[in-house]
Design a binder for this molecule. Structure first.
Ligand SMILES: [Mg+2]
Length: 227
């Protein structure tokens, strides 16, 4: 029996604004190395960001700044990353919910819901508030000091919802962070595949796949009826 839902935030409820990153990479190049393609800088930045491994937990603002600093050094850009990270955060703070998000959440009235997001706490709560999106619980990597797909962040959400893993559906856009992370605990998963990606044979397998959030209320109704 499904008793609650957890949602990833970026790429699921809120537009990730990937274009914001290229905008910031372009500003760095224009200011310091006009001959360098912003896409090349962003590729290096991404590599350091997603490859970041730290013994101690580090929040996203710090990881973002560290990875940009390394990328700039690789491309022989002698400048401080701080102002560019501030530019990024200013732009990201205006992130918009997808057009269907509010409508879909309104249709799921009465079903407890939580956000489980790899995000810094105040940053995410501010974006949810600006978009008028209310949740029973907001569980962030910064608050829990662990990133998805680690079990800990999902366990905290289940604990706050007072539900067993099999009773809570997790909805997210990442096969690794969301689908793999939640299904390892035994939570049913819904993959929001906005980019119409083709899943490989070795990729984590979601229980359900939807192109955006629109079909979610009907899907959940079916699951709650035991369909
Ligand atoms: Mg996401």
């Amino acid at each position: 029996m499904i008793r609650a839902v957890t949602f990833d935030a970026f790429g699921t409820l809120i537009d990730t604004g990937r274009d914001v990153l290229i905008h910031v990479a372009r500003a760095v190049c224009q200011d310091h190395r006009p001959g360098l393609a912003p896409e090349t800088l962003l590729e290096t930045w991404d590599r350091y960001f997603f490859g970041a491994q730290y013994d101690e937990f580090q929040n996203l603002a710090t990881t973002t700044e560290d990875s940009l600093e390394k990328a700039m050094a690789d491309h022989r850009i002698d400048a401080e990353p701080g102002p560019y990270v501030e530019m990024l955060e200013r732009m990201w703070s205006h992130a918009q919910a997808y057009p269907e998000t509010a409508r879909v959440l309104a249709r799921m009235d009465g079903l407890p819901r939580a956000v489980v997001s790899n995000a810094d706490d105040a940053f995410l709560k501010d974006i949810l508030r600006k978009n008028g999106l209310a949740f029973d619980h907001v569980v962030t990597s910064e608050g829990v000091r662990a990133y998805k797909p680690r079990a800990r962040i999902f366990e905290v959400a289940l604990d706050r919802l007072g539900a067993e893993p099999g009773e809570v559906v997790h909805v997210g856009d990442s096969l690794t962070a969301d689908v793999e992370g939640a299904s390892r605990l035994g939570m049913p998963t819904v993959w929001v595949n906005r980019g119409r990606l083709v899943r490989g044979a070795s990729d984590p397998r979601p229980d359900h796949e939807i192109p955006d959030l629109t079909p979610l209320p009907a899907l959940l109704d079916g699951l709650r009826r035991g369909a």
